[in-house]
Design a protein around this ligand. Sequence first.
Ligand SMILES: Cc1ncc(COP(=O)(O)O)c(C=O)c1O
Length: 512
Amino acid sequence: MGLLLVLDRGRPVPLHAQIFEGIRTLILTGQLAAGHRLPSTRELAETLQVSRNTARLAYDRLAAEGYIEARHGAATRVAVQVPDTTFRAVHTARDVRTPPAAPAASPDATTAFDAELQDIFEDEALRWDFALGRPDAQAFPARTWQELTADTLADPEMRAALTRYGDPAGFLPLREAIAQQLAATRGLRVSPTQVMIVAGSQEGLHLACRLTCDATRSTGIEDPCYQGALYLFRSLRCSVVGIPVDDGGVCVDRLPPEGFALLYVTPSHQYPTGATLPLERRLALLEWAQRSSSLIVEDDYDSDFRYDGPPLTALAGLDPYGRVLYLGTFSKSLGPGLRIGYLVVPPWLAQRARTALGLMTGGHELLSQAVLARLLASGRFESHLRRLRRRYNERRLRLVAELRRHLGPVDLAGAEAGLHLAWRLPADWPTAEQLRRRAVAAGVGVYSTRSGGSAELQTSAAHKRTVTLGFSSLAPEAIGAAVARLAEVCGAGRGSGACARDLPAHVHPDGH
Ligand SMILES: Cc1ncc(COP(=O)(O)O)c(C=O)c1O
């Protein structure tokens, strides 16, 4: 009963391991069936020209992993029956680069993660990048962070906490500090038990989906929208319905009466158009949610920055029904590299959200949560935000002024808040996508409603002409130089029509 085993004495793999692998493969591919009698270690050693000890080591490991059974005084036999021919075939032709076929029940299985997620990393090829929502690298409060990290590590209780599992919903003092901050700045009165600490809003949104999405109902999203939300919903195989956006944000009168399992909105500063949802639409939205038994997730990603007037009450702060989940992030105020955000859920969802987090992650890294809690409680975060607002306000005003200086009476929207604004191009200009490509070729990064982290479900005439520009990561002088270059790209100074006439039709055959 010779076994078809070939040993390669040149391989840096011990001979007993090669024997183990060889016999295991014969079993997994069905060539040795359950009950098949194997040679004794002496016979095997003789056949393969190895020591008996080598053969024994291989058999011991095969027995320990349950492939063979070696009973004293009886023959050694194959112990497992390999399930089916498919399983055997996979083992026979195993190529880890080939994706396994999609299960029949979900034909989209292989496409769910094939979405073209735009990279939001820095593009080195651009001389000036009006990237959306990118914080100024110089603005991170590094010295304070370092000091608070040292204080945290000096605290024996904190050191002990680092050696233990914590609450999956997050470090309680941080959740308390966030609840206090939300009451003071967003008109949102919540208990710390409703605050879930997550790895940025992206994970918060994922958690919201796990808690609310339902195979029998659709998920709604603004159109155009934030790509991170759209692609997440698609990856979860939600049936996604786009709701149009106009100058007042999401068109509440276009919401379906039957509702959604979840509707994703950005009421403070619509992403990417910059619109602010007026109060009457906010109230109508809440009524619709109640009438249609829908839940809403409010992504308040850049509400730390409002330049003209006091901050607006969050949608969640107006919600009498417990239908709004509120997403906040420290990605704009401190940096996305920290990966700290929060999802505030209505009280009825708090226990479920905590359990879901326990199952998804077991909770997040404690040290940064503790440092951030100290930063918030000490009042230093508020002073940091005040400094940041001054800095970004200066950049925002510079951008508006430079656009007007070089391009005349430009039509801007969304400049009163956040870290980006929208520029609506005149009707006889090229589309935003065409202008974006020309600008990029000239070393200036500007964006359309289908780039820079935005996505569309349907292209509308208005949004075809919407260019978005982030101003937070460029110094004021750089903004001046970049807009001058952009104006050259537009052929400005010769009337707005110059840009349209200037652009040879063949340059952008697929422009949208
Ligand atoms: C609309 C929107 N939501 C959320 C975020 C922040 O995401 P995160 O907190 O996952 O870094 C961004 C960042 O660009 C955004 O544009």
